[in-house]
Design a protein around this ligand. Structure first.
Ligand SMILES: [Zn+2]
Length: 422
């Protein structure tokens, strides 16, 4: 799957129609949720039925203006949040289970294969359902021309702080060749450097991000200064609020760009990447701004790693984040140190290394250990051939052809262990 995003260029009136389309999608989603709360044993099919009832209901004449597949997609969104809630309950996750909520500020609506028409040169899109939003120009750096209409599975209209966008979900098999060279790496995501790898290389946080974040804080202060509780807000307040929203958007784009580039480079030059598993539940608890920003970008980065790993056929392993910074990567003894201590000095074996470098080495060692277990447990399956497999609880993904190479890696590790001098 590939997502191509284009800015929609149209008139102010057309944008208002897009807002109505988005609101209608939200109305359907919320109605489905209400129905699920009020009734027992609601199935996905019941929500689809409700969807067509709403379209016939003369109290809500705007519903039938939305394309029927877009209506179904909105009902499916409600169904997805219900399913997610059930799944969290089933897994007995600690903390909140994410009981579905009514949405007030939905930003998007989704079309499937009908209700719109792309021009032959792919430079324009026309929405053809009852809302009659009309023709928009598509501004994108990526050429949609390369893909047939059959390959476009979904079209999503998204409202952002700086305008309206159209996302095309294109069905293409993304798979790239990768030459196996036996390079393995562990990475420690940190505050000082963006990450430090097990060879001691550090990738810095980009400078532009920190200056953007400084500006974000400034704008945030401006907004709260101009906010007056219990009074109608001034124009100046709304101006600042919009500036803040645009700055958030800018940062999220910069951060994504950085995550994508760094992750791709890491995957392309390695055959195994090990990183620390960041638990989202822990992330949400964190209220400290700088920390939460870095948490969010780490999480995005690991998502990118998994994504690129998949289509390069490279294994990515997430290891539990315990003791990776406290243990000595040379002798395995525990060396307690606080966050401010930047250098690891082992009193047991005399090993001295940068704190993050030491952690990255521990992460790699843990990953190789897990890899050994995973390869052993999948070896039986791989002989019979078959699909990419998930192993045990983890959803690590391995290419069939990669299994042989990976077990090679494990063997090498065992040899290294037996001859610690080498
Ligand atoms: Zn040591």
């Amino acid at each position: 799957m590939l997502v191509i995003e284009a800015k929609l260029k149209g008139s102010q009136n057309q944008y208002k129609v897009l807002d109505e389309m988005i609101l209608t999608g939200q109305f359907i989603r919320n109605s489905c949720l209400r129905y699920w709360m009020d009734n027992k044993d609601v199935k996905r099919n019941d929500l689809q039925k409700l969807c067509s009832q709403l379209a016939k209901d003369s109290n809500f004449p705007w519903v039938k203006k939305l394309n029927s597949q877009a209506r179904q997609a909105s009902a499916d969104r409600a169904w997805q949040s219900i399913q997610r809630f059930y799944k969290n309950c089933r897994l007995k996750l600690p903390g909140k289970k994410g009981y579905p909520k009514f949405k007030k500020f939905t930003r998007s609506v989704e079309y499937k294969s009908t209700g719109y028409k792309l021009s032959a040169d792919r430079k324009k899109i026309e929405f053809k359902d009852g809302f009659k939003a009309g023709v928009f120009e598509l501004w994108t750096s990526r050429d949609l021309v390369w893909y047939s209409e059959q390959q476009i599975n979904r079209v999503r209209v998204v409202r952002r702080a700086d305008g309206y966008y159209c996302q095309f979900l294109v069905n293409v098999e993304r798979k790239e060749g990768h030459k196996f060279e036996g390079n393995v790496v562990g990475i420690d995501l940190g505050l000082n450097a963006f990450y430090t790898d097990s060879d001691g290389n550090a990738v810095e946080n980009p400078k532009y991000l920190s200056s953007s974040e400084k500006r974000l804080k400034k704008l945030q202060r401006r907004v709260s200064r101009r906010y007056h509780k219990g009074k109608p807000q001034s124009n100046n307040y709304h101006k600042a609020r919009k500036q803040l929203a645009r700055q958030h958007l800018k940062i999220s784009r910069q951060r994504k760009d950085h995550a994508v580039k760094t992750a791709r480079a890491l995957i392309q030059s390695n055959d195994l990447v090990v990183y620390e598993d960041l638990k989202i539940a822990n992330l949400v608890k964190n209220h400290h701004l700088a920390k939460s920003i870095s948490d969010a970008s780490w999480y995005q980065f690991t998502e990118c790693l998994e994504y690129y790993g998949k289509f390069h056929g490279i294994a990515c392993i997430a290891v539990p984040p315990h003791f990776t910074s406290q243990n000595c990567s040379n002798c395995g003894q525990t060396v307690k140190k606080s966050l401010s201590v930047r250098t690891h000095k082992c009193p047991h074996c005399g090993y001295i290394a940068d704190r993050d470098h030491n952690a990255a080495k521990n992460i790699l060692a843990k990953g190789l250990e897990m890899l050994g277990a995973i390869v052993n447990s999948t070896e039986g399956h791989s002989e019979s051939g078959g699909n990419p497999k998930a192993t045990g609880e983890s959803d690590h993904w391995f290419d069939d052809s990669n299994i042989a190479n990976l077990s090679h890696l494990c063997e090498r590790r065992i040899i290294n262990d037996e001859n610690p001098a080498s």
